[in-house]
Design a binder for this molecule. Structure first.
Ligand SMILES: [Fe+2]
Length: 189
């Protein structure tokens, strides 16, 4: 478990600061919200990939990367929907986090800088998500020995859909909200 914590989080070297313990506590206290947020994350990841494909319709190389990515993210979305349904949790809208909009504002308007910045924003969002997934994975593993741990019933069974994924960031952020937050509802960048 310690290996996952240190190695996975340490690899996310592009983040200026680690996710706070307060965020992790808030996420663990609301596994239902965590799953709902994650569903939106997957949906937005697919949407972000599609958005770029429509923005650059003649870029075949980009489409060859983004098209399978969009499909994969939708498969993730469907997996999370299954988890929600299995647990009787209704999918509902969540407020978009401010940091997604803030990142989108940083995207330059002229090409090719716009594409570059969009991909960089997606990478940042992905990096944050990856870090948070790694931290949550550690919580789940710890919870395996504690029957009362709040995340165990949700994340333990949902490991397949919620495991850390390095590819997990097609959302551009330029679309607002971005993908990563497992904690979109938790409001922390
Ligand atoms: Fe995904």
């Amino acid at each position: 478990m310690a290996v996952v914590t240190q190695a996975a989080v340490a690899r996310v070297k592009w983040l200026a600061a680690p996710t706070s313990g307060a965020w992790l506590s808030a996420a663990c206290a609301r596994p239902d919200l965590l799953l709902i947020d994650h569903a939106h994350c997957e949906r937005k990841a697919a949407g972000g990939a599609l958005q770029l494909m429509f923005r650059y319709p003649s870029d075949v190389a980009l489409a060859q990367v983004l098209s399978p990515l969009a499909r994969e993210e939708l498969e993730h979305f469907e997996l999370v929907l299954q988890l929600l349904e299995r647990r009787g949790i209704a999918l509902r809208p969540l407020p978009a986090p401010a940091y997604g909009a803030a990142l989108a504002k940083a995207v330059r308007r002229d090409e090719p800088a716009r594409l570059l910045d969009s991909l960089l924003v997606a990478g940042l969002i992905e990096a944050r998500s990856h870090e948070r997934m790694a931290r949550l994975a550690c919580v789940v593993r710890r919870a395996a020995g504690q029957r009362s741990a709040p995340l165990r019933p949700v994340l333990g069974a949902g490991r397949r859909a919620l495991r850390p994924r390095a590819h997990h960031g097609a959302a551009t952020g330029a679309g607002g909200g971005g993908n990563r937050g497992i904690g979109r509802g938790l409001r922390e960048p």
